[in-house]
Design a binder for this molecule. Structure first.
Ligand SMILES: O=C(O)CCC(=O)C(=O)O
Length: 306
């Protein structure tokens, strides 16, 4: 059993089952303040999908963390226990196709046989499919147990469209939080409106979880990966991804090969999850996602009789 961090046991159960939860988090006024801070720090709107995490200026990122922290602190204390803070950043998605975030999982940064790590994703505007809200496959944090990082191959590369088409698009109100397990499969559509979609993202993990990072050299054709132990401010400081981290302790090195998972297995995972949630109609087909209409049921019965 992995340690709990939600004070509300119903939320923890939902998080453990789905790999994410949505909850009310900060007020519209607080969201507007954070939004103003973003605009003060970014007088020119960044293009495409922007994360402040890749800025090498630690002072700049510390200012974002400290500002968010002041507003988040009481809300975190009210809702979470036994957790540690990993830092925070802005995610801005400007209008345009380049803002799309494809199907992915976030890096493995803790020992996931014992722990999990999370992002609290808080939109500073209402979000929906049109302006590029988050999309997710419920329960997909339990599909695979591979290490994840830049350059480590993914097991589902041949099923990207299948996964994208089976995501839930989560419309959110400003100030709500989408709290995701870093292992859950997620992504986001392009912003097709004419206004930026702004989010503040804040990392947390169970207190006892040591931070880790797995690095694969893209220029190396072997299966070798390196394991690093990282300080708790890893996310605040690691700006040069996908390159080798410039800090942390390299503690191990080993061969790590990932086999592709075939589409049938992925269909089975999706089907199982949909059945769990009562969203999969009984059928001899492998992928029927909607409930059968009464007309179809009558037709089936008639087909059996005649
Ligand atoms: O903000 C978004 O649209 C997606 C963010 C995301 O997927 C990530 O940072 O891993």
């Amino acid at each position: 059993m992995k340690p709990s961090i939600f004070k509300d046991t119903a939320l923890q159960t939902q998080f453990d089952r789905d790999g994410y939860v949505v909850m009310d988090f900060i007020t519209r006024e607080q969201a507007d303040k954070i939004s103003k801070k973003f605009h003060d720090l970014h007088p020119d709107l960044p293009k495409g999908f922007y994360s402040a995490a890749y800025n090498p200026d630690e002072q700049f990122k510390e200012e974002i963390f400290a500002y968010t922290e002041k507003i988040f602190q009481p809300v975190l204390d009210k809702n979470f226990e036994n957790f540690k803070k990993l830092g925070s950043t802005f995610l801005c998605k400007s209008p345009g196709e380049e803002g799309r975030k494809g199907v992915h999982q976030d890096w493995t940064v803790v020992d996931e046989s014992k722990f999990y790590s999370c992002t609290i994703w808080v939109p500073l505007v209402d979000t929906n499919e049109e302006n590029g809200t988050i999309r997710v496959i419920p329960g997909s944090h339990l599909f695979f147990d591979h290490y994840r990082s830049n350059n480590i191959p993914i097991t589902y590369k041949d099923s990207i469209d299948l996964l994208w088409n089976n995501m839930d698009s989560i419309s959110m109100k400003v100030g709500q939080a989408f709290i995701l397990n870093h292992a859950v499969i997620h992504g986001s559509s392009p912003n097709t409106t004419n206004k930026e979609r702004l989010v503040v993202a804040y990392g947390i993990a169970p207190k006892e979880a040591k931070l880790l990072f797995y690095y694969k050299n893209p220029g190396d054709n072997t299966d070798k990966i390196e394991k690093f132990e990282m300080p708790d401010d890893f996310f605040q400081r690691y700006y040069n991804a996908p390159e080798r981290p410039l800090f942390g302790n390299a503690v191990d090195e080993f061969n790590y090969a990932i086999k592709a998972t075939d589409a049938t297995t992925i269909h089975q995972h999706l089907r199982k999850e949909k059945i769990k949630r009562g969203r999969f109609a009984e059928s001899n087909d492998t992928v029927v996602f909607e409930k059968p209409s009464p007309l179809k049921i009558i037709q089936k019965i008639l087909n059996k009789i005649f």
